[in-house]
Design a protein around this ligand. Structure first.
Ligand SMILES: *Cc1c(COP(=O)(O)O)cnc(C)c1O
Length: 495
């Protein structure tokens, strides 16, 4: 049977449902299964299948304790009419290469792929300690994108509630409106007086508060959980689109069954690209996975030197969702690349906590480097690439995708191996930077920028983003850092 344990020890033996409900292991490690790769997904039968059918093929291998009925219900609820393209993640030509759009979901960023289905998974897990009335309250601090995608996913999801905190005045106009106008009877949004790190640290304290946990359990039957990208239930839905890309390339007669492809992935927390590695372990013919970073290039340094060092300056860039110094999901890749050596992983993560750095053994680095390529782009290069991609291909990309586009341009191209760039956000989420890069007027509001961009490029803003200008604001709470815990407790009472 497929069971999950921590990357740092083998003591746990959890089903995938338990791992999804629990989120993170008690020792701080991430849940992994040693069965990964034992069963392959049949690639010969991919062509012609819908996204939903491919999702079923992949998820039934990765989450075997969900029944067929459960998985099919989760899939059809998550990948339905809320997506603006029936292919869900369409693959399109981009010059001699290809781009896969991951941003056609309700919040126009790739996190929708996972956060549309995670709440549906959670609703089908059951409490471990026998309290059948137990509800899950998701608590998240966000610097922008994750909060909205999580709100959209959990809004009105059975057995759950969600509370999102964001730093007051530190998110864009569009991002703030995306959150403050969120519909749903189980959602709460609150601005915090402080920066993102303050809010994030306070959320960690809230999770660690035993007395609060006891009060929530006895007064409101509520347990707290997080929706961040280390949850197994957020990782596995992303494996699906790698298979979907392959199916689409087969249908477009770019490849034959068995041919290898390459993926270039704008990377922050290493979730998106890790899913590509899982796809390879499940039998997808992947030649290379290319990690593209922004100016926060800690992964580039790691993949070139073998030393991961988080003691370095943090840059706030125009690709904010990739501004990360600790790439949490890397731990899972290291686990598999080390030959499933929990002791080594525990030691490395201890070094990271204690010294801010770790170094992997040379043979392991060589193995990693034979699969993972890497590169990074600074902010000037990101702006240049947005213009370059438009000029060469008449295709508008956002600043995150532009990091990947830059890295792809720098790589030698093997004409026999198709390359797919993963596009992680709609350019309309970042209309000001895009307009500046394209030499368009960027002096007005975000909405005026959207209109200028649409007019100049003949593209259309996603309705959900353009409509925010006139949407009804539901939440205008602002609290001190010290009052966040209270806010969560009040919100739990209304669940
Ligand atoms: C989250 C995010 C990324 C980075 O994805 P990871 O899974 O954290 O590597 C890249 N681009 C956008 C737009 C994102 O929202």
């Amino acid at each position: 049977m497929t069971t999950f344990h921590s990357t740092r020890s083998t003591t746990d033996s959890l089903t995938s449902k338990q791992a999804i409900r629990k989120g993170i292991a008690d020792d701080g490690g991430l849940f992994v299964t040693d069965s990964l790769g034992e069963t392959h997904v049949d690639i010969a039968s991919l062509a012609g299948k819908s996204y939903q059918q491919i999702a079923f093929d992949v998820l039934s291998v990765l989450l075997p304790d969900f029944t067929e009925t459960e998985l099919k219900a989760c899939i059809s609820e998550a990948y339905g009419a809320q997506w603006s393209d029936e292919k869900i993640t369409p693959v399109k030509p981009l010059g001699d290469d290809y781009v896969m759009e991951l941003f056609n979901g309700p919040t126009s960023a790739f996190k929708d792929v996972a956060l549309q289905i995670l709440p549906r998974f959670m609703a089908r897990t059951t409490p471990t300690d026998g309290d059948d009335n137990e509800k899950i309250m998701i608590v998240t601090a966000t610097s922008g994108d994750t909060g909205k995608a999580a709100l959209a996913g959990f809004a009105d999801a059975e057995g759950t509630g969600i509370t999102v905190f964001y730093p007051e005045g530190k998110v864009s106009q569009v991002q703030e409106l995306q959150m403050s106008t969120q519909a749903g009877s189980n959602v709460n949004v609150c601005a915090v007086k402080g920066n993102f790190d303050d809010a994030q640290s306070a959320v960690k304290r809230i999770f660690g508060d035993r007395e609060l946990a006891n009060r929530l359990a006895s007064d409101s039957h509520v347990v707290l959980s997080s929706a961040n990208s280390i949850n197994v239930g957020r990782l596995v839905p992303q494996v699906v689109y790698y298979f979907s890309a392959y199916a689409q390339l087969l249908e477009q007669q770019v490849i034959n069954v068995g041919d290898e492809v390459e993926f270039v992935v704008p990377t922050g927390n290493f979730g998106d690209i890790l899913a590509g590695y899982y796809a390879k372990l499940l039998g997808l013919p992947v030649k290379h996975l290319v990690v593209a970073s922004d100016k926060n290039n800690v992964l580039f340094d790691f993949l070139t030197s073998g030393t991961y060092n988080r003691q370095r300056p943090f840059y706030q860039t125009i690709s904010p969702s990739m501004d990360i110094l600790i790439s949490s999901n890397l731990e899972r890749m290291l686990y598999y690349m080390s030959g499933k050596d929990t002791r080594l992983i525990a030691m490395l993560m201890n070094d990271l906590n204690q010294w801010g750095a770790y170094e992997v053994p040379e043979p392991m680095l060589a193995k990693i480097r034979s699969l993972f390529g890497t590169g990074w782009a600074d902010e000037d290069q990101v702006r240049e690439m947005i213009a370059d991609c438009w000029n060469k291909n008449h295709y508008v990309i956002d600043p995150h995708t532009a990091c990947g586009y830059y890295v792809m341009q720098q790589m030698p191209r093997d004409p026999l191996t198709p390359r797919v760039l993963l596009s992680t956000a709609s350019p309309y989420k970042f209309p000001r930077v895009v307009n500046e890069s394209l030499g368009l007027d960027a002096s007005g509001t975000d909405f005026e920028c959207m209109d200028v961009l649409a007019e100049a490029t003949g593209t259309t803003a996603p309705a959900a983003l353009r409509g925010l200008e006139t949407a009804n604001v539901r939440f205008d709470h602002v609290v001190d850092i010290d009052s966040m815990e209270d806010f969560v407790e009040q919100a739990a009472k209304t669940l």
